[in-house]
Design a binder for this molecule. Structure first.
Ligand SMILES: Nc1nc2c(ncn2[C@@H]2O[C@H](COP(=O)(O)OP(=O)(O)OP(=O)(O)O)[C@@H](O)[C@H]2O)c(=O)[nH]1
Ligand SMILES: [Mg+2]
Length: 339
């Protein structure tokens, strides 16, 4: 099992030194040929033009794609970096590739740093003061790790002295209720279940009412896996969210996903918007990225998912035991993406 710290451990600072040419560095005679060749592409030009930036951007796009960033996202990012640099003056003694890399790094940090921070423990406390259970709904395609990571979140909440109840609202896949029951038993927390073939929206409603009665501070709602194109199942999810107005809609996605990350997340959001009975539909609030232990340095799904949804990665699942849940380290991800 690989730890996130292992994934990000690198000697990339040495690479950066290779690329940077500091203002103080004095090119001696020996370095001259190498030194002047670096500036060939912009010789005589006052400002950076798109053509000057293209080779460096192409190399960067390829690098992002080898890290499993969806092609569409890598492309868009390069376009925005190009737009931010076009017409600017290149700082003296600086390579175009370093300038492009620095602009990309800035863009990546900006994208991955949440604009609105969601502090679950604070929000749980606020809900408690209003005498309401805090409700999280776990959604996503089949087999990505919704139920397993729901149990990890339950464990994390228990560690923070928050009382939790599970709601077995995957009333679709056989074995789903028993799977959740096993986690509930191991973690010694209550579970609300009504078997199969019930309307999951109604089961969730009853679970929340039960939590209000028995004083559970948080309800974690498991839902059936569904493909983003499956209209009846997306409609049922939209109903569950409309009827229960959860505090947090958590999209669970695999870190293994490449180009499909864009399709999954954009269609989940699109369908939740289109199929909702509400004029003001709820969309995905946050992302839980799973199977991070299996991807080595291919951390691109984190970027693709945040870029396409604008939602923060709230947790990262990195193994199969309850303790394998972490927070995303933005700096480390950016470093790995650019390595
Ligand atoms: N290596 C690894 N495996 C994981 C992780 N999270 C979940 N899994 C495994 O992924 C498989 C599917 O997990 P589930 O939690 O059943 O997935 P699900 O999304 O609830 O599946 P459905 O309910 O069928 O849609 C199981 O074998 C889990 O042990 C993780 O972070 N790392
Ligand atoms: Mg499940």
């Amino acid at each position: 099992m690989m730890d996130k710290e292992e994934i990000i451990s690198s000697d990339s600072e040495e690479d950066e030194e290779d690329e940077e040419v500091g203002k103080e560095s004095k090119p001696d005679a020996k370095k001259k040929g190498w030194f002047s060749s670096m500036f060939q592409s912009i010789a005589g030009k006052a400002n950076l033009e798109k053509a000057d930036l293209e080779p460096a951007l192409k190399a960067l796009k390829d690098r992002l794609m080898t890290k499993n960033v969806a092609e569409e996202i890598a492309e868009k990012l390069c376009e925005s970096v190009a737009a931010s640099l076009e017409g600017k003056k290149l700082a003296s003694f600086t390579r175009i590739s370093s300038t492009v890399q620095a602009a990309m790094e800035e863009a990546l940090v900006r994208i991955l740093t949440p604009r609105r921070s969601i502090d679950i423990l604070r929000d749980v406390q606020a809900a408690k003061e209003q005498r309401k259970p805090y409700v999280v709904v776990f959604v996503g395609v089949n087999g990505v790790g919704k139920s397993t990571n729901l149990a990890k979140v339950a464990y994390w909440l228990l560690q923070h002295k928050v009382s939790v109840m599970m709601a077995a609202c995957d009333t679709f896949r056989s074995g789903a209720v028993e799977q959740l029951r096993t986690h509930a038993r191991r973690l010694q927390i209550p579970i609300f279940e009504k078997g199969y073939e019930k309307d999951p929206a109604v089961v969730a409603k009853e679970a929340i009412q039960e939590a209000a009665r028995n004083g559970s501070e948080v309800v974690l709602v498991d839902t059936a896996g569904r493909m983003q194109d499956n209209e009846p199942l997306m409609r049922a999810l939209s109903k569950l969210i409309y009827l229960n107005n959860p505090d947090l809609v958590l999209f669970v996605g695999e870190a293994l996903v490449g180009n499909d990350a864009v399709d999954q997340l954009s269609k989940f959001n699109q369908k939740l918007a289109d199929l909702s009975a509400s004029p003001n539909p709820r969309l995905i609030d946050g992302i839980l990225l799973t199977k991070f232990d299996t991807i080595d340095d291919k951390v691109g799904a984190a970027l693709s998912m945040v870029y396409i949804s604008g939602s923060p990665v709230m947790f990262v699942g990195c193994g199969q035991s309850y303790t394998d849940l972490k927070k995303l380290n933005v700096k480390a991800i950016v470093k790995t993406l650019l390595k």
